[in-house]
Write a protein that binds this ligand. Structure first.
Ligand SMILES: Cc1ncc(COP(=O)(O)O)c(C=O)c1O
Length: 406
């Protein structure tokens, strides 16, 4: 008899965003006169910049003419985009990444979920706690996570690395040696960043113990401080221990357009096998490429006009983050992140749980954020606000939060 993949049945329901949605709809229905401001979602709101829409229009015209029509894209992605990435994202930082080490995809969510496929099931996975849930859930689906402890909200085979106020939301090296280490900096959800020296420690550690770091740099465009690396390949030795995942979603507003890429250096080998060749095989077998028009739009992100326009867009969100950070700090909240990140992570006041604070904000000032406990046990007692709303809504939400007595 056919059997389903029972690992899927082990997954607890994706409770977080549906619970938020239900609470917000119920409150809105009961209080139709109230204007609810949402600073909970991780989706952008500003439109695509003109350099990108012009590239899209141009590529659509090309697709409509026999002489310039394109069918399936090359496996790794078009050379024009990989060249722009290698030069714009890596050579510019002094990182030695070749065009054929870049695999273009339709986003970092898929890549961060799929990358675990090239590793054996008995590898030990380490994640930050709190964490972007895709890293954990994709390992659960594969059968690598063990059993779920619903009380502690942890998986038996996953190593959780707590990120708390005490360690500045940057994990310490784990006591047990992992095989695969997921790191995301600037971090979702805490908004924390690592310095180049801190990341170098992780690279040295991974090289020493033979682990592989899966480095998610989806938010690198928000980095403001000069000692925070944009890429793990700024660290010496990263080419022999790290895979980097990148996205066009938050640096160029492509959440709906879909584009990302993964870098697998050719020197990265384990057990005598080059991970580049495994990922190339996986990519070539299961994926048929991001659309030509979207890859042309991605190329435009690196053009002079694209860079200038996108700097303005990122600065807009960064201004929101700064307003949240400073406004709430002045009002007496304990607030973190927001400097190298569009996320602000605040400690819930008066010892409230993450969900108690969610209800308190919704009911008293009609502001919606995301309870930190939804990202892992160490997120309890914290709350995430995002800078992706409009400036006007951000200012109003923060000003409303200021009047809550803490
Ligand atoms: C840490 C992190 N990685 C990856 C993604 C997904 O990026 P993409 O839109 O490219 O799939 C997100 C989206 O919120 C994210 O927070």
């Amino acid at each position: 008899m056919l059997k389903v993949n029972e690992n899927y049945l082990k997954l607890p329901g994706s409770y977080l965003f549906s619970a938020i949605g239900k609470k917000v709809s119920a409150y809105g229905a009961a209080h139709p006169e109230k204007r609810i401001i949402r600073l909970g979602i991780g989706d952008v709101t500003q439109p695509l910049v003109p350099a990108v829409t012009e590239a899209l229009h141009g590529a659509v015209e090309e697709m409509g003419k026999a002489e310039t029509f394109r069918g399936y894209a090359p496996d790794l992605g078009y050379e024009f985009l990989r060249r722009a990435i290698a030069e714009g994202d890596y050579k510019a930082l002094g990182c030695d990444i070749a065009e054929d080490e870049i695999f273009v995809s339709d986003g970092a969510k898929c890549d961060s979920g799929n990358i675990q496929e090239i590793f054996a099931l008995d590898n030990r996975v380490a994640v930050c706690d709190p964490v972007y849930p895709v890293y954990v859930d994709s390992n659960v689906m594969a059968g690598r996570a063990g059993t779920y402890d619903s009380k502690r909200e942890v998986w038996s085979n996953i190593l959780y690395m707590p990120c708390t106020e005490d360690n500045g939301f940057v994990p310490e090296l784990p006591r047990e040696v992992p095989d695969l280490i997921y790191l995301c900096f600037p971090n979702n959800p805490t908004g924390s960043a690592v310095t180049r020296a801190q990341l170098q420690e992780w690279v040295d550690y991974a090289n020493k113990v033979g682990a592989v770091i899966l480095y998610d740099a989806a938010y690198e465009a928000y980095i403001s401080e000069s000692d925070v690396p944009h890429s793990i390949y700024e660290c010496e030795g990263a080419r022999t221990c790290a895979i980097e995942l990148r996205s066009f979603s938050k640096n160029a507003g492509f959440t709906g357009l879909r584009l990302g890429f993964t870098v697998v250096p050719k020197e990265l080998e384990r057990g005598g096998t080059a991970l580049h060749s495994l990922w190339a095989r996986r990519h070539g077998t299961k994926y048929n490429g991001a659309p030509y028009i979207v890859q042309r739009a991605g190329e435009a992100v690196y053009s002079k006009a694209g860079r200038e326009q996108l700097k303005e867009q990122i600065d807009y969100y960064k201004k929101n983050a700064a307003y949240i950070l400073h406004g709430l700090r002045e009002a007496g909240y304990k607030v973190y992140g927001g400097v190298n990140s569009p996320y602000v992570w605040l400690k819930t006041p008066k010892g409230m749980s993450s969900w108690e604070f969610f209800d308190c904000l919704l009911e008293n000032v009609n502001v919606v954020g995301t309870p930190g406990s939804g990202f892992g046990p160490s997120g309890e007692g914290y709350f995430r606000l995002t800078a992706f709303g409009s400036y006007e809504n951000t200012v109003e939400a923060v000003d409303r939060m200021k009047v809550l007595s803490l």
